[in-house]
Design a protein around this ligand. Sequence first.
Ligand SMILES: Nc1nc2c(ncn2[C@@H]2O[C@H](COP(=O)(O)O[C@H]3[C@@H](O)[C@H](n4cnc5c(=O)[nH]c(N)nc54)O[C@@H]3COP(=O)(O)O)[C@@H](O)[C@H]2O)c(=O)[nH]1
Length: 875
Amino acid sequence: MRVSRTPGRQNPHWRRPRLPYCLRHPGRQVSCRPDDELRPVVMPGCPVGKHALNTSLLAWKRWLARARPRRLAPRLIAAVVLVGVALALLSTALQLYGDYRSELRTIDEEFAQIERTTLDALANSVWSYNETQIRLTLNGLMQLRDVAHVEVKANSERFEAGQRVKERAIRRGFELHEPSRPALSIGTLTVEASLDGVYRRLLDRGLVILAAESAKAFLIALVILVLVNRWITRHLETMAGYTREMSLDRLGREPLRLQRTGRRGDELDQVAAALNDMSRELGRELARRTAADAERERLFAAYEHNRWLLQAIIDNTPAAIFVRDHESRFLLVNRSYREFFTGGVDVVGKTLEEVFPHDQAESYLLADQRTLRADSYVQTEVEVTNAQGLRAYMAQRFPLKRSDGEMFAVGCVATDITERKASEERIRYLAQYDVLTGLPNRTVFRDRVSQAIAQAQRSGAQVAVMFLDLDHFKNVNDSLGHETGDELLKSAAQRLRNCLRAGDTAARLGGDEFVICLPTLSEAQHAISIAEKVLDALRQPFSLDGNELHVRGSLGISLYPGDGIDADSLMRAADAAMYHAKEKGRDSFRFFTAELNQAAQRRLEVANRLYEALQRGEFVMHYQPKIELSTGRIFGAEALIRWPQPGGGFIGPNEFIRVAEETGLIAPLGEWILRESCAEAARWHARGHEGVTVAVNLSPQQLLRPGFPEMAQRVLAETGLPPQSLELEITEGVLMAKTAENASALDSLAAMGIGLAIDDFGTGYSSLAYLQRFPINVLKIDRSFTDGLGSDAGDTAIVTAIIAMAHSLRLHVVAEGVETAEQALFLKSHGCEAAQGYHFSKAIAPDQFIKLLDSGLPMRIAPLIPAPAEAGSVK
Ligand SMILES: Nc1nc2c(ncn2[C@@H]2O[C@H](COP(=O)(O)O[C@H]3[C@@H](O)[C@H](n4cnc5c(=O)[nH]c(N)nc54)O[C@@H]3COP(=O)(O)O)[C@@H](O)[C@H]2O)c(=O)[nH]1
């Protein structure tokens, strides 16, 4: 880049300020902007006449500026010549003046000489009146250089020579004295010297001097010019050319070199050195600035990139982001903010009041101010209706500070928490309500009962707590499926609600268990009427999925303060009363009593002792023989668990299996039962009773647990029992629940060779479909049907039908609960392959069972061994 000769137009660094000026007041500057052009302006209050004059002066100045010689040498010559001529004139004038004075002195000396040499002779000539001599003397005087006229006056005589001079003459008169008497004047001599000659000589000499001086001055000027040109001007031109040619890329690189010999160190060298210094410094400065510019450009590019990146990030972040200054003016917003809060409109530069309705703007402003006052994060929740509907946002404001610590704005990141809030609401709901029925759950119910108790304590009223369980709900679930079961629970819950007043609470504890709280009960009779109302409501048929279901309920009632003084004790009491109602024939209600309290306490005690009993190995297995009816041979046994109690007797499985299921202990307990039964059967085999099978009852929860088939396989491997010698008894309900998982587990078990029997067949759905679908080998007729054989036509018909159906499906049939020889004979005559029951043997201890096997005797229709003491009696 070259340095411009008119830098103001091209290069801002070299720009010469061009100030506007007033045409009327050219010397006066007026205020201007940096980019103002030189332009005439008229200042107010300037007389028009002066204005015109100033315009002319300006024009002249410009003309002179243009006409002024550009080169230094001619100007120098002119100056030297002018000065030389002036000096020559002065010197000539001085010389001429000296000559003039000298001429005058010469004239004076001539007059003195006349006085000395001529006056006495002339006085004698006059005294003697020697006219010729007088005339000769006068002519002689006329020979003097400047004498122009001489005149002698004596008495009346007058003698003269030359011409009288009227002006520019010096006249001198001399007295002529009588030679003998010097005091006596005899006449006068007047001599006139003309100055014309003097002047002429002076002029000639002046011209000569002037010419000589002028020539001298010219020569001197010429010499000066040559020298100045040689010593100065050409170097100045070199400097000018160097400066003109100076460009940004040559700065500091090519130093100025003058064509001079030797080291002088004079002003020119100093100027050249200064120029080189300047060029070098400028070069360095340029390099520094270029580097700075490059760095600035790099930084700016980086800044632009970062800004773009930041904007891209904040625009693509799902959170809404804004920055507002002290005056609530938006400095920055991202795309999400525009979408969520301003309907897509860009609001940067606008204030809150310009964007939002007054109330909204006011609340946002208050939040901003709170953030600035607090000087820390401030979190608020905002609800906004936008294109996505009503959304909730969590706005986290934070103060923004400058490097000096001064707060200048509020930043905010607002995240959409609509889903989270909905989830929280849902979690809160789930924590308090039963999803299926919408009724409060146990936690809320306990709370309501506690509140009711607190209120009753003040008012002296009673509080009733009811525990309701749907009778045989399990059967509905098992036979019609869970969906229908769920629908039934929902409908039952609705009916419960309909039976209650405002202020009463109905809740679902889980499964088919409901609880009701009646606060401020004035008398127990009111609880009875509600209980009857509830049971009556349940008695009305339920129409679900095209089925008409008849459901009953069992209901227990406890009262505050008589049956308990807190929510838990009242609920336990109502639960016990409900069990009592079930035991007493269902579809009824019972109040809690002291005896029930004992039973409930016992259930609690069982639950508490169960784990320790398992750890200590307190359980034992008993085995009930299974008889082949055609031969009377014992071909297997059903393993039945017993819990012996100190002092004799057992706690029956009916009492603790359900507790084990409720507490989750059924898993380890079930595994122990399987291992113990398989080990025992392996012992039978070891004693030579190969082929004798053992049937183990499976709780529904056991089969549904993942890994059950693997566990069974492990147990068989550990005990050495062939899989074909193991039969697992499952209920119909197990097959109905979670069909896919069951099918997989049952298939695995069957694939191993384990036999599968359906226990209590006939009490559930009795579906042929699942018998075909699952790998079942055996049907066990429930003892409730066996019980009516021969006496109850219905039971007899059912049993014969089951036997026929099982055979058609190529299944073996085992009749349970055979207590009489008639029942055994009937079953045998109708093709039932096997039976078990008290008629043959109760469940007996392992050693007894081995003895029975070892005896090798076939079972007969009549019992072979006397019935032992009641093994299942409950302690
Ligand atoms: N998951 C497991 N359940 C088990 C296990 N052991 C037993 N049980 C289940 O407990 C219920 C009660 O069993 P229990 O008190 O042992 O009663 C069994 C027999 O004693 C009884 N029985 C047998 N024959 C007769 C009879 O002729 N008359 C009569 N009144 N009762 C008789 O029946 C019960 C066996 O029933 P079932 O299982 O249906 O074959 C009971 O439901 C057991 O299943 C266990 O180890 N695991």
